[in-house]
Design a protein. Structure first.
Length: 175
């Protein structure tokens, strides 16, 4: 790993879980679309394959059209729910990242005001554990990507989470 601090690792962990959540939503959406598509095909095949008494070709066509309209409602509902889940994941991620950045900024101001390095020391001691947490988050994101690809039946290109560089805070030194 490149030189990272506790804050950047925490931000990357949040980014990995954001990515995992979005991939799970994609898997849900793709799986639901696949189910709806299969139901449409099988319903039409069953109606076309059998001779049912009092059911003409016009009635069969009407039944197929009605079933497809119903399937369209289901697909729309799944799509709207998935869009809201994506938006919710983004909202939570932005809030958590903002909190982490705010905490880091407050810590830097406290260190500057009191001229202590305690928070840097604690961060350095906690960094190995944070990096393990980042590796776990990366594996969760990779697993959700694999699941999403498998459900969709095609490769989904996931956006890599970019490392966030720590903003350098100029520290005032006593004379």
């Amino acid at each position: 790993m490149s030189t990272q601090n506790f804050t950047s690792v925490a931000l990357n962990v949040v980014g990995q879980y954001n990515q995992a959540g979005k991939q799970l939503v994609r898997a849900y959406r793709a799986g639901s679309d696949r189910v709806v598509r299969n139901v449409n095909e099988r319903f039409a095949a069953i109606l076309d394959a059998r001779q049912l008494p009092l059911v003409t070709d016009t009635v069969k066509s009407s039944l197929i059209d009605a079933q497809q309209v119903l399937a369209g409602f289901v697909s729309t509902g799944v799509s709207l729910g998935s869009d809201r889940a994506d938006a919710g994941i983004d909202t939570v991620t932005r809030g958590v990242k903002s909190g982490i950045e705010g905490l880091a900024g407050a810590g830097a101001r406290i260190e500057t005001a009191f001229d202590v390095q305690a928070l840097d020391t604690v961060g350095a001691l906690a960094l190995p554990l944070a990096q393990v947490s980042l590796e776990i988050a990366h594996r969760v994101a990779q697993g959700s990507k694999n699941l999403s690809e498998r459900v969709a039946g095609e490769e989904i290109v996931a956006e890599p989470v970019k490392a966030v560089a720590k903003k350098r805070v100029a520290r005032a030194r006593r004379a």
